[in-house]
Design a protein around this ligand. Sequence first.
Ligand code: SF4
Length: 215
Amino acid sequence: MSQPIFLINEIFTSIEGETSYQGIPMLFIRFTGCNLRCKYCDTKYAYEEGEEYTLKNLLKIVENSELGFVHITGGEPLIQNNLVELLKSIKGKKILIETNGSVDIRAFQFENTVLITDMKTPGSGEADKNHFKNLDYLRKCDELKFVIVDRNDYIWAKALIEKHNLLEKGFVINLSPAIPYLEPSELADWIVKDNLKVRFNLQIHKFIWGDRRGV
Ligand code: SF4
């Protein structure tokens, strides 16, 4: 029987740079292809470049990794064919899945998966692609992420968080400055001034390795 094929941009081991898992070493699998074109995208190289891997080859790489975490990213992983089959085949690891929030997350929520779900702000240029129903599907173990480009984005994110009572519901909400469009200190000041109970999120891998690929 023919094996499912995946188009992969890169596979590497690095430190988780964001979210409440920040700092943990993980195996990263970056899928090729994205259905959005955010203004601040730092992985444009993943729009088309990629190599084919069979399910068997990918699983071998995952099994050979001694790390307990796999981070699936892109591009946009949820538009990949056969992703559910891959997720079901990975045993004994926690899987973080970073998604741009334009796709219904329900089919990818398993006991060992954590959906890191973006809410695209107006500053991204892709806010009309948000699948807002995902806010109803989030589990406590999933996390939300807003990349903030400017003050308008911050106000938009804060209003959305309040409208949907996301903090009261106990979700982990990460707000990241879109560097170089917004200074980290500006966003941090707004959060502190408002006593907003979110996580201020910085991509620490960029502070360690800069804009290098594969880290
Ligand atoms: S969703 Fe992510 S990969 Fe796709 S364009 Fe936006 S930032 Fe880039």
